[in-house]
Design a protein around this ligand. Structure first.
Ligand SMILES: Nc1ncnc2c1ncn2[C@@H]1O[C@H](COP(=O)(O)OP(=O)(O)OP(=O)(O)O)[C@@H](O)[C@H]1O
Length: 728
């Protein structure tokens, strides 16, 4: 079944004018009486021509919250209770109404998808319990987190208690889970609303030029529904994701902090677009791992039902961004999601007390990320698994079809009068407040045992520091300091604590700086893809201090500079008199020669002299008036070299010595027999390394990364290198 994609056009805001409206909902010519399923928008190059994008449904400016919920989300609830996971996510440019759609306002009619979904879940739970005469019980629990600057933070945790590096994520039996996340049971809608409102106070938001309450993070709410009948337990999860919106920073006037956030948001959305493109092209490698958001969303890899709500602004100022979103959505609707429900499992022993995300299955059973996962998130009993293997028919599941609807779907407004009005307006915390400061000790490093001076030698202190840092970097030992120290029977002095903290800060600083550099680089890449060379060059200049010795980057900048100069020269009027003065930045020139490719989620801005051949569009985007030539697409050779550069910077890290390369080759072979021959690595450690690699589902690309692997540490890497010298 494909991802269901529905578009919603928000109403005009106070400062927007009716005459600037360019986006409209329409019906297909063959079914003029059906509900709209087409978004129509003019071609930016030729206003007489319009592009049409077809989706499962389209909601116009007057659509209510209730209509969107009743038509799109309410039908998924029964599948949730049958064991299917449900993923709902809102996608769109900043200020297009994602948070409004997902969360909504306080008034009953203004409530968004999330509170309405919870309301339906509770109602259905009560009905199931009642109909089964109490044989079945349903428990609802929620976890809620945000992905801010590519770090995961628990929204139930106050910002000052957060670990600067955020929570680690892991692959657990084919699913991506956040380790150490709080899961709160909520027995009623009121409970839920109280928790949800409290948690939203912790979400990073701030005012930008484009949205007074702009979300600076992706927010992920997971609602776990557990149905227990006797020994049988069925668990399914509804995930509601309010993505942060992409931003065109020429329009935001963002300052440095907002720019960094914005770069991180844009990067993750860019990776998402790349994932969607890779999936639609059936490529083997889907770059999920290049951002936490894509890893968590795992679009096309998740099971169950997925609904994407594409939020659109109706006005001209969003023209290119809207086209870009429409192109993205157009590809997303073709992604197939596995129709696999979570099987029930049977309780044989009391549930172990665990935090979510801690894997409950042996390592050997873990599934690495891959384009399509057919695995389940629970451990079925052996008999049940055998039985299912034989008996389970393929589920004929056809809630949605890609065809346009033939009649208006109207469902009773079952929410009227059901909600509990919220009591307090959730206070949004600004993102500045959300930035985790590095001045406080992280959870891992908090003193947990009374200090006891003496006992440790300088060497063992060093070793302990290395171990702690490795654990920290590997983000594997969250909150486990107490246990680790207790089991080691070792106590550390305040002096060691202080050094640990200093070391951790240093590492975090280095990592943050590198991440910031990469963000500039990605922004440069985005600009280049759009043909905005001057802005791209500026971004490369900003990235340069982070990668001062990188030859490729320097060459790239040189080439770009030359290209800009050539362009400027070609634009300069031939005669010295008259002519239009050149603007400082070509990106701000209103260019009537913009090339737009409807098959691309980006726009290229080639020079006016572009003579490259047109490439025909091949998507289900059609024009109402085929009076003009099809839009041209610039064959963007730059984009390839961009990819190469980005890849080399993202993965190369510091220059590799022959010894490092040799070690990495051995490690990446994932061959326990070879790895155990490295100095300081026994059979157990070798196995641990291989498991960590399988869990990562990727290669280790430099020794820094290797040092971060569980159980290796930088000392471990040094030992391996020493071993190689000895061999030589
Ligand atoms: N359907 C709608 N009806 C009324 N107002 C709306 C609607 N959609 C959006 N708005 C208004 O538009 C503004 C921007 O909406 P919102 O904050 O939800 O955007 P967003 O896409 O979440 O932006 P960001 O990505 O920056 O967080 C808000 O003032 C919101 O109330």
């Amino acid at each position: 079944m494909s991802v269901r994609v529905v578009a919603r056009i928000r109403p005009l805001l106070k400062q927007e004018l009716e005459k600037d409206t360019i986006v409209e909902a329409a019906t297909t010519a063959s079914e003029p009486l059906a509900t709209p399923s087409i978004v129509r928008i003019p071609n930016p190059k030729n206003e007489a021509e319009a592009f049409s994008f077809q989706f499962n449904s389209v909601y116009d400016q007057v659509a209510t919250q209730q209509q969107v919920y009743d038509n799109e989300i309410a039908p998924t609830v029964k599948h949730l209770f049958k064991g299917f996971d449900v993923t709902i996510f809102a996608y769109g440019v900043t200020g297009t109404g994602k948070t409004h759609t997902m969360r909504g306002g306080k008034l009953l009619a203004e409530r968004g998808v999330i509170p309405r979904l919870l309301s339906s879940i509770y109602r259905r739970s009560r009905k199931i319990e009642k109909d089964s005469d109490g044989d079945t019980t349903v428990d609802v629990a929620m976890s809620y987190y945000e992905i801010y600057n590519d770090r995961v933070f628990d929204l139930f945790e106050a910002p000052e208690k957060r670990t600067p590096a955020g929570l680690p994520i892991r692959d657990n039996n084919g699913k991506t889970v956040v380790v150490g996340l709080t899961e709160r049971p909520c027995t009623s809608l009121k409970d839920f609303e109280t928790l949800y409102d409290q948690a939203n106070v912790n979400r990073s938001t701030s005012a930008t030029k484009l949205n007074a309450h702009s979300s600076r993070s992706h927010a992920v709410l997971c609602v776990k529904v557990t149905q227990v009948t006797g020994n049988e337990v069925r668990v399914s999860t509804a995930s509601a994701i309010d993505l942060a919106g992409s931003e065109d920073n020429r329009r935001t006037d963002n300052g440095k902090e907002r720019m960094v956030e914005s770069a991180s948001i844009n990067k993750s959305l860019f990776v998402l677009a790349q994932c969607v493109e890779a999936i639609s092209k059936k490529q083997n490698r889907i770059p999920y791992r290049e951002s936490k958001m894509t890893r968590i969303l795992s679009l096309g890899q998740n099971n169950g039902l997925t609904v994407m709500i594409l939020n659109l602004a109706p006005v001209r100022s969003y023209h290119l961004d809207t086209l870009s979103s429409l192109n993205f959505a157009n590809r997303t609707k073709k992604i197939e999601v596995n129709e696999v429900e979570n099987r029930p499992f049977f309780r044989t022993a009391p549930k172990p007390e665990s935090r979510i995300g801690i894997p409950s299955i042996p390592l050997a059973n873990r599934q690495p990320l891959r384009p399509k996962a057919l695995s389940h998130n629970v451990v079925p009993s052996r008999e049940q698994a055998e039985k299912d293997k034989i008996e389970k028919p393929v589920k004929a599941f056809s809630v949605y079809s890609d065809k346009p609807k033939t009649a208006t779907i109207s469902r009773p407004g079952h929410l009227s009068g059901q909600g509990h009005p919220r009591t307090a307006e959730a206070q949004k915390r600004t993102s500045s407040e959300a930035v985790p400061t590095i001045n406080r000790p992280s959870k891992v490093l908090k003193p947990t045992v009374p200090a006891k001076p003496e006992t440790m030698s300088q060497q063992s202190i060093e070793a302990l520091i290395e171990r702690k840092v490795a654990e920290k970097l590997a983000e594997q030992a969250l909150s486990s300091t107490k246990a680790t120290l207790a089991s080691a029977g070792t106590e550390i002095s305040p002096d060691v604590q202080a050094r640990l903290i200093a070391l951790e800060r240093r590492v975090i600083d280095q990592e943050s700086a590198r991440a910031e550099g990469l963000q500039y680089l990605l922004m440069a890449k985005q600009h280049t893809v759009r043909g905005e060379e001057v802005s791209a060059l500026k971004m490369y200049q900003l990235a340069l201090p982070y990668f001062p010795d990188n030859q490729k980057l320097a060459q790239k900048m040189l080439k770009l500079q030359e290209k800009i100069t050539r362009k400027e020269e070609s634009r300069r009027p031939k005669s010295s008199s008259g002519g239009v003065p050149l603007l400082e930045d070509e990106d701000y020139v209103p260019d009537t020669h913009d090339n737009y490719s409807a098959d691309e989620s980006v726009f290229t801005k080639p020079s006016a002299r572009n003579t490259r051949p047109p490439i025909r569009r091949n998507l289900s985007v059609f024009r109402d008036e085929a009076t003009t030539a099809p839009p041209q697409r610039q064959t963007n050779n730059d984009s390839d070299s961009e990819d190469e550069l980005a890849h080399s910077l993202m993965h190369a890290g510091p220059d590799q010595t022959p010894r490092s390369k040799h070690i990495l080759r051995i490690i990446n072979s994932r061959d326990v027999a070879q790895i155990r021959l490295l100095k300081g690595v026994g059979a157990k450690k070798a196995e641990m390394i291989v498991n960590a690699l399988c869990e990562m589902d990727d290669e280790v690309r430099h020794v820094g990364e290797l040092g971060r692997l569980k159980g290796v540490g930088s000392k471990g890497v040094e030992r391996m290198r020493e071993g190689l010298i000895a061999m030589v």
